[in-house]
Design a protein around this ligand. Structure first.
Ligand code: HEM
Length: 222
């Protein structure tokens, strides 16, 4: 058991945890987006989807705890690796060699990740807490109206749009980086993985960003 814990604490162990938890989060995002797209079906459809999830609440709660642990491990190891890398490279050269070998997405992972973290806290405060902890509209099963009211604030919607585009930067690098950690970085497969990463990121960003845009500019009430 000790060898296992030591392996997880090593640099490569942390990278594997980052990659595995990152892939889990990417799968969660696909499910979450599909769920959220039911907003386009109007209040009846969306409220029914959320109400149906309520029927299997104990299972949803277990999934949420697992998801929270996945996010915590991903963030904790990400921050630790960033500090370790910084400590390993204390001297800042005038010509920064890393900037020649890496792109803007990979060099800004800690910053895009931090913005996603802030987004997540605000997001859960608005939706998860309202949906689950006794908001009057949630008590009458009018979850849809909670979403409408949140996104009709231009400040809130613009914050979402900016944060979700920044999430795209994080996903763009995270996708290929995870598969690189799994060893799928040979000359033959890497261009395919890179392209899949771009397609995945575009679908996620366009899909999620379309929701605040719709409620802010096109929603006329149902
Ligand atoms: C326009 C974009 C988004 C909308 C409209 C949206 C909507 C929602 C709603 C309504 C809930 C509450 C669900 C419930 O408790 O039944 C929720 C929960 C959650 N959202 Fe989002 N979400 C968006 C983007 C995101 C993104 C980009 C992430 C991750 C970075 C995310 C992560 C979560 C998590 C972790 C939960 C709690 C777990 C859950 O209840 O499924 N969301 N979201």
């Amino acid at each position: 058991m000790n060898w296992f814990l030591n392996a997880l604490k090593s640099s490569i162990g942390k990278k594997i945890i980052m990659a595995v938890t990152g892939v889990c989060i990417m799968i969660f995002l696909i499910i979450h987006l599909i769920n959220n797209l039911s907003l386009y079906g109007g209040p009846q459809l969306f409220n029914t989807v959320v109400k149906n999830l309520d029927i299997i609440k104990p299972i949803v709660r277990i999934i949420e705890i697992i998801l929270a642990l996945i996010f915590i491990f991903h963030i904790y190891d990400g921050v630790k690796l960033w500090f370790e890398n910084r400590r390993a490279r204390p001297i800042k050269y005038k010509i920064n060699a890393t900037s020649e070998n890496t792109d803007i997405f990979s060099r800004t992972m800690i910053w895009s990740g931090s913005i996603i973290f802030i987004f997540l806290v605000i997001h859960l405060r608005t939706f998860w807490i309202s949906f689950n902890l006794g908001h009057p509209l949630a008590q009458s099963h009018n979850y849809y109206q909670i979403v409408v009211e949140a996104f009709q604030s231009p400040v809130y919607s613009f914050f979402y749009i900016v944060a979700l585009i920044i999430m795209g930067f994080h996903l763009m690098h995270g996708f290929q980086s995870a598969f690189q950690t799994f060893g799928w970085n040979n000359k033959k497969y890497f261009p395919v993985i890179k392209m899949l990463g771009v397609i995945y990121t575009l679908i996620m960003v366009i899909g999620f960003v379309s929701i605040p845009i719709y409620f802010l500019f096109f929603y006329g009430g149902n």
